[in-house]
Design a protein around this ligand. Structure first.
Ligand code: FAD
Length: 330
């Protein structure tokens, strides 16, 4: 809970309820010099600003106080399309995102379809596009809100159904991306827009996938995330429309080069369409330290480094996405 919160916290309720940090009320932190501080809007507000996106850079968090929202049933799941429809799905998703109600959080994932009984056999082991959705508004509004998504295509499989929120949260458990024993390579960034050229770039890179364990994910942000001012917390790029992720996993070390190469090439190709920033929690171990500054952007990095100099001038807390106290941004 501490790791995900301090990074910002993207999840299935974010367009309706905001990021995890937008529901953070106060934090207890043990600082590098051994003090126990409480940070909130009213107490140590600059530290509170930095903790909401700045990761584990300022101290050891011993308590988080969060605003909770009762969530029982949601209407959620996946719509699956054949992989050769990726460009059409993305073009549709761009239009859908423009009017998507905040009660829906959604994502498009290019992947290889598992041999699930719900899918036509022709898709088993074949490239596919999944539209993942979580509708968390009043149940009687679900059909109308989800209709455009379900009617597009139509999909090869409609796996959207009412389910407990916890069932949705564990839906991807057991996939290689989240399982033990796999190596992983990941690159991420924010896309302010999704133009035709960006769609063509994503489609080309999907076609170049080196194994069934290559994923491309595009997550629509906005909604409640954008209700908080860009400068209101350390979390970067609240104004971006999409979060884009290339991810590959493998378990034979001999496959490392092809998979890391595919992931990096994907990011290099889409980088011109990004704003250069990303969610720092997603930075990969093999990315240069300078990507942390890129991830936050110049203004936020300067403010975070000033806070770091004040609270942790010797960089005691450095085994993280490190904000070095001596960072200069000019
Ligand atoms: C494949 C993949 C999928 C992801 N999916 C999501 C997602 O859906 N939503 C999302 O928001 N993020 C996601 N992330 C990024 C996510 O922000 C980090 O993975 C998350 O921070 C991990 O938290 P952790 O506690 O598991 O990891 P850790 O590595 O333990 O923690 C992450 C950071 O938080 C710090 N930290 C942890 N506990 C404390 C503490 N008590 N006090 C101070 N600092 C602490 C650590 O120092 C570290 O810098 C994903 C990342 C990957 C690679």
């Amino acid at each position: 809970m501490a790791g995900v919160t301090l990074g910002g916290g993207l999840g299935w309720l974010m367009r309706r309820r905001g990021l995890t940090v937008d529901n953070l009320l106060s934090v207890d932190v043990v600082t590098a010099d051994g003090r126990l501080l409480t940070a909130s809007e009213h107490e140590n507000p600059e530290l509170f600003w930095g903790l909401r996106g700045g990761g584990g850079n300022f101290g050891i968090v011993t308590e988080l106080e969060l605003r909770l929202h009762p969530v029982d049933q949601v209407v959620a799941g996946l719509l699956i399309h054949p992989g050769d429809r990726l460009a059409d799905v993305l073009a549709f998703y761009r239009e859908f995102a423009a009017t998507e109600p905040d009660s829906i959080t959604s994502t498009v994932i290019f992947l290889t379809a598992p041999p699930m009984p719900e899918l036509p056999e022709s898709l088993h082991g074949a490239p596919a596009v999944a539209i993942g959705v979580c509708f968390s508004g009043p149940p009687e509004e679900a059909d109308d809100a989800l209709r455009p998504l379900r009617e597009f295509g139509p999909p090869a499989a409609d796996m959207i159904a009412p389910m407990p929120y916890l069932a949705l949260q564990s839906m991807f458990d057991g996939m290689p991306a989240g399982d033990y024993g796999y190596h992983q390579s990941i690159r991420t960034g924010y896309l302010p827009e999704l133009g035709d050229e960006a769609i063509a770039t994503l489609t080309r890179h999907a076609d170049a996938a080196v194994s069934p364990q290559c994923l491309i994910e595009l997550i629509h942000l906005e909604g409640a995330i954008g209700h908080v001012a860009e400068g209101g917390t350390a979390f970067p790029s609240r104004d971006a429309r999409f979060f884009c992720m290339f991810q590959s996993t493998w378990n034979d070390p001999g496959n490392a080069a092809s998979h890391t190469g595919w992931t990096r090439d994907g990011w290099d190709a889409i980088r011109p369409f990004s704003d250069g920033r990303t969610h720092p929690g997603f930075l990969d171990a093999d990315e240069p330290a300078s990507r942390v500054a890129d991830a936050y952007g110049e203004q936020k990095m300067a403010r975070l480094a000033a806070l770091k100099r004040e609270l942790d001038p010797t960089n005691l807390f450095h085994l993280n996405k490190n904000i070095h106290p001596q960072t200069t941004t000019d």
